[in-house]
Write a protein that binds this ligand. Structure first.
Ligand code: FAD
Ligand code: NAD
Length: 466
């Protein structure tokens, strides 16, 4: 029956381990997708489910629109506005069998064509009560695939720097956002009880963002917006003491933009009173301060202790363990430390029926949403036309890059492949940024909610509650 998931237990290995061959004997191949991010959900949206049995496995039961994640800790945009339940995408696939496991894939068994999954509940979007779940929460099972699409993304990289994991906060998933907000609010409350000039008050009101890539810059800009536009009205004396530091190891921030735009971005950040530390690498993090080393010349570095109340760590990503484990099993064809090497058809090198898209794949492209989305679109076209093995190679079309800087200013370099369409920075670019981000949102519900959040912001202050 259309759309209804009906898994059958093929071979029970033990009470907790079952091998599930999805949709047995309906003559269609089983495509298993790992991940509910830009790659996985874009693949799910575009795959023709009348031709394949489709199973999506992800521990995260929602898609996250990452481009607006830096806007959520301070409440410029509400967290719920930028997530969309996986089920909302699955219910639209009415022409065939589509199923979702809220589970983590722990191992790709490429010799058996199975994926081991753990800790999950089988979610049937149609609530099929006649098919009791064949496996229970916290069990593990092996899911059989004919084709596997790995889109598990990547995880924040601490580079093994001591103290980051214990004291730093990331901004990669939606649950990170309220944690940052809560810590900042608690620090404001505690600082407000201390007298002016108390060093502890100063520490509590210091926020450090490490990493001058787009995540770090946009997050610092949003935090400063909250301080300048809202906190100043509630607690002016606290607001004027808040100091945001942005620390970047390279000599420039946002190094994927041309130098004219990065200089403009630096100027805007400094005007909004963010303290920029360039050529400065954080080497250790303690509970209340961190150690930063600034390169003064080829032979000289200056070491500084920076006390902080809130630390946001945004120094980029590294592959997940499911990916590094697979790489170790096929060392001759793999070997990159950045992820799974794929050929021009996005097939994992060394394997016949495993494909990788998005941040877990190394195709020579930046780990961005636009790359993941285009790779998913390409691969579904190949699958839908039954051209697996004979299709034209994947070709990426670069549409440029945008970044929000705070103070209603953004920078943009909009392209169509190699053709430059627009380069600029400032208020007009900020409105272009808003329009383009709205157009990139992949559901109407989410688009509507983000528009309402921006409209609300024009009338009221941000929702900045614990
Ligand atoms: P993700 O979107 O990260 O999805 C990975 C999925 O895999 C998740 O659902 C996760 O739960 C799931 N998963 C993890 N482990 C497992 C497992 N073991 N088994 C099964 N599933 C698993 N890019 C842009 O182009 N423009 C932007 O403006 C932009 N802004 C960004 C802002 C922020 C704050 C961040 C963090 C990133 C931003 N990016 C942007 C980058 C972009 O988000 C990523 O490149 C994109 O998300 C990659 O898509 P993906 O599907 O590979 O990974
Ligand atoms: P990134 O890798 O782009 O930037 C991380 C930065 O941290 C680098 O500039 C690096 O030099 C710096 N760094 C590393 N270790 C450091 C240390 N110890 N001390 C100080 N600085 C250190 O990471 P990101 O910003 O999270 O972006 C990840 C990916 O997502 C990129 O591909 C990016 O393009 C994409 N993204 C895009 C947007 C956008 O288009 N607006 C927004 C966010 C993320």
């Amino acid at each position: 029956s259309s759309g209804i998931s009906s898994f059958k237990t093929a071979a029970k290995k033990s009470t907790t381990q079952a091998t599930l061959s999805s949709y047995s004997n309906n003559g269609k191949k089983n495509v298993v997708i790992l991940g509910s991010g830009w790659g996985g959900i874009s693949f799910l949206q575009h795959i023709d489910e009348s031709k394949y049995n489709v199973t999506l496995i992800s521990p995260r039961p929602h898609f996250l629109f990452t481009p607006l994640l830096p806007s959520t800790p301070v409440g410029t945009v509400d967290e719920k506005s930028i997530i969309e339940p996986v089920v909302n995408f699955a219910v639209k696939k009415t022409k065939g069998n589509v199923s979702y496991y809220e589970a983590q894939a722990t191992k790709i068994n490429h010799l058996d064509n199975t994926v081991t999954i753990k800790s999950f509940s089988h979610v049937n979007p149609f609530g099929d009560s006649k098919n009791p779940e064949s496996i229970k929460k916290n069990d593990s099972a092996d899911i059989k695939y004919d084709y596997l699409i790995s889109a598990v993304g990547a995880e924040p990289n601490t580079f093994g720097i001591p103290g980051v994991q214990e004291h730093g906060m990331f901004l990669k998933e939606i649950e990170h956002s309220p944690k940052i907000r809560k810590q900042f609010i608690e620090n404001i409350e505690r600082a407000n009880l201390l007298p002016k000039g108390d060093p502890e008050r100063k520490r509590l009101l210091t926020l450090v963002v490490v990493g001058g890539g787009p995540t770090g810059v946009e997050t610092a800009g949003e935090l400063q917006d909250y301080v300048d536009q809202d906190l100043k009205k509630y607690l002016p004396s606290i607001a004027e003491e808040v100091q945001i530091h942005l620390i970047e190891a390279l000599p420039v921030i946002l190094n994927m933009f041309e130098s004219k735009l990065t200089s403009y971005a630096q100027k805007v950040l400094e005007q909004t009173s963010i303290k920029l530390h360039l050529k400065t690498a954080v080497s250790e993090v303690k509970e209340k301060h961190l150690i930063a080393k600034t390169k003064i010349s080829d032979t000289e570095t200056k070491t500084e202790e920076i006390p902080y109340g809130t630390l946001i760590w945004a120094t980029g990503n590294k592959p997940r363990s499911i990916v590094t484990d697979l790489i170790k099993e096929i060392p001759e064809q793999q070997g990159s430390r950045r992820g799974l090497l794929v050929d021009e058809h996005l097939k994992v090198k060394g394997l016949n029926n495993v494909y990788a898209i998005g941040d877990n794949a190394v195709a020579g492209l930046a780990p961005t949403a636009q790359v993941a989305h285009q790779e998913a679109e390409y691969l579904t076209k190949v699958f839908n036309k039954n051209q697996v093995g004979s299709a034209k190679p994947f070709k990426y079309l670069h549409y440029g890059a945008l970044a929000y800087l705070g103070a209603e200013k953004a920078i943009a370099n909009i392209t169509y492949g190699k053709r430059q369409l627009y380069t600029g920075g400032g208020l007009i670019t900020f409105y272009i940024w808003r329009v383009l981000y709205l157009s990139m949102i992949i559901s109407w519900r989410s688009r509507f909610k983000v528009m309402s959040d921006w409209f609300k912001l024009a009338l009221f202050k941000r929702d900045f509650f614990k």
